[in-house]
Design a protein around this ligand. Structure first.
Ligand code: AP5
Length: 218
């Protein structure tokens, strides 16, 4: 299956995409992760994206569409993919539709993860990840079983994102409501949209997603 996880920063898209990837063998395609890798590598794309990401704005459609178009062509995507953080504008959604049509790929569901704004601030400001494997944690909601040691790979090097502060989060939220939330209407009109309660505990959110995936969406 091929799905989109749609929701504001901190809704839990990345957390759930990684769980679904492990359970269903689908591939997580996170434009945020790909852009951060480009920034870390100092590539041309990374240099163009860095300041925009730090300010909480959106990187240009041209850049992210190019990245996704190349990535979807890789053989592992044939197992099914989870788009996490893409599309984020109506232009990206239209480009994705054209891209998938040209490759004969079906989009099975667009899943909206609903979370209140106050909760997003709490989630984002407490988030950190394993520097070695990328496993996600939270100061309150998900701490490692052994303090300072990653559950997944045993590393003890953790990091926080430069844009995970309250001020930048407000800019990211603004970008979400201005540019990305119109996609909810777009996919509703296309009869592709399913909404889940992203406020629930992580395992319960996973159950909601699995139930959609097990039903085969539409
Ligand atoms: P990106 O990396 O995509 O960030 P985002 O959309 O802001 O989403 P986040 O990664 O912040 O949140 P999430 O929903 O994945 O939450 P998570 O699961 O980690 O994008 C970053 C930047 O790159 C953008 O601002 C933009 O500049 C650029 N960019 C990326 N894609 C782009 C595009 N297509 N076009 C243009 N620009 C683009 O969860 C958050 C925390 O909450 C974690 O600590 C987690 O442990 C915890 N948590 C999760 N679920 C729960 C739960 N149910 N209960 C309690 N805690 C929970």
């Amino acid at each position: 299956m091929n799905i989109i996880l749609l929701g504001p920063p901190g809704a839990g898209k990345g957390t759930q995409a990684r769980i679904i990837e492990k359970s269903y063998g689908m591939v997580q395609l996170s434009t945020g992760d790909m852009l951060r890798a480009a920034v870390a590598a100092g590539s041309e794309v990374g240099q163009r994206a860095k300041a925009v990401m730090e300010s909480g704005g959106l990187v240009s459609d041209e850049i992210v569409i190019g990245i996704i178009s190349d990535r979807i062509d890789e053989p592992d995507c044939a197992k099914g993919f989870i788009l996490d953080g893409f599309p984020r504008t109506l232009g990206q959604a239209a480009a994705l539709e054209t891209l998938l049509q040209s490759k004969g790929i079906k989009l099975d569901a667009v899943i909206e993860m609903r979370v209140d704004d106050e909760k997003l601030v709490e989630r984002i400001t407490g988030r950190y990840t394993c520097g070695a494997c990328g496993e996600g944690y939270h100061d309150t909601f998900r701490t490692p079983k052994v303090e300072g040691v990653c559950d997944n790979c045993g590393a003890s090097d953790f990091k926080r994102r430069a844009d995970d502060n309250e001020e930048t989060l407000r800019a990211r939220l603004l970008a979400y409501y201005k540019e990305t939330s119109p996609l909810l209407g777009y996919y509703f009109a296309k009869d592709n949209l399913v909404s889940i309660d992203g406020m629930a505990e992580m395992s319960e959110v996973t159950n909601q997603l699995k139930s959609i995936l097990n039903d085969g969406a539409n």
